[in-house]
Design a protein around this ligand. Structure first.
Ligand code: CUA
Length: 330
């Protein structure tokens, strides 16, 4: 019976391996994590097949004949059997524990010289800061979209400005919580050029499902070109920066035709800001509870944007919103 179970288990394990269940492998870490995943899965499939096979066989073989009102024959313990079914799980669980710790250490191993990206999470957006790359005058490069070079080992230092979020790019496999007050880290070495989703995987409030961004992996040359382009835009003035700030911080919750965003968590800015003046737009950002649009709840929008943005950023954002919604009398 056990041999039949093992044979069925082996066949099922092969089927499990043939079907592509997981997202593409987009990082060195994905290969390591997937190996752990399949190691555990194959063990589980085999154990399940043996246990289910023996159970089904026993139910059929020892079923009660019609009309039999007996208690059945008495059962005594079997020391040999008990040793076997204790030792096998101990060996399997120990093997899984050892293999996973080695794999995790391997996945997070990074050379001393490496790129760092700071990940800041907040309801309901991601901000990526590149401490090693300056836009100009000590201002580090920041972006709402995660752009990284191919084949470069990257350390992500992750934190949150409010509740707990979790940073995850499925194609990279590595997942890490973002917690206010502490900095967590994870390591990824992208091995595939392309655009992948950045997903928040911790239920963090009304806009959790919209808390997405994208990770764009570029060749080293394209990455350098992107950095240069960001430097050029930064030199161009307030409202251009305002648009970038809007898209990376506000667009996942707010619709604004000019920016091409369609968030539904907060009010549609094309209608609520239409023709409003500068004071109103500024107040709506720094003190969102001062006036709540009909059909929306207070305390959904974070109230710390005044501390988060520099004065210059805030002015750029207000200027951009006035331009985009035709307000400010100008
Ligand atoms: Cu942030 Cu869910």
């Amino acid at each position: 019976m056990t041999l039949v179970g093992l044979a069925v288990g082996a066949a099922l394990a092969v089927v499990a391996l043939v079907i592509p269940w997981l997202p593409d492998q987009g990082a060195e870490q994905a290969r390591i994590i997937d190996n752990v995943y399949w190691f555990v899965t194959i063990i589980c499939v085999a154990v399940f097949a043996v246990v289910a096979g023996v159970s089904v066989y026993a139910v059929w073989k020892f079923r009660v004949p019609p009309g039999d009102m007996d208690d059945g024959s008495p059962i005594h313990g079997h020391t040999g059997l008990e040793i076997v079914w204790t030792v096998i799980p101990v060996v399997l669980v120990t093997a899984i524990a050892v293999y996973s710790s080695v794999a995790l250490a391997q996945a997070e191993d990074i050379p001393d010289e490496h790129m760092v990206v700071d990940v800041s999470a907040r309801q309901f957006a991601w901000t990526f800061t590149y401490p090693g790359i300056e836009l100009g005058e000590g201002q580090p490069l920041t972006s709402g979209e995660l752009v990284v070079p191919l084949d470069e080992p990257i350390e992500f230092r992750i934190t949150s400005q409010d509740v707990i979020h979790s940073f995850w790019v499925p194609e990279w496999r590595m997942k890490q919580d973002a917690v206010r007050g502490i900095t967590t880290r994870t390591v990824v070495q992208p091995t595939k050029v392309g655009v992948f989703p950045v997903v928040c995987t911790e239920l963090c409030g009304l806009g959790h499902a919209t808390m997405r961004s994208q990770a764009r992996v570029l060749s080293a040359a394209d990455f350098e070109a992107w950095v240069q382009e960001r430097r050029r835009l930064a030199a161009e003035g307030a409202s251009v920066q305002g648009e970038q700030l809007f898209v990376s911080n506000c667009g996942s919750c707010h619709t604004l035709a000019e920016a091409g965003t369609d968030g539904q968590t907060g009010p549609d800015l094309d209608s609520v800001l239409e023709g409003r003046d500068e004071d109103f737009v500024r107040e709506s950002i720094v003190d969102p509870n001062a006036e709540i649009s009909e059909g929306f709840q207070p305390d959904v929008m974070p109230q710390n944007y005044e501390e988060m943005f520099t004065d210059q950023q805030l002015t750029g954002l207000v200027e951009y919103l006035l331009e985009a919604t035709g307000g400010g009398g100008g």
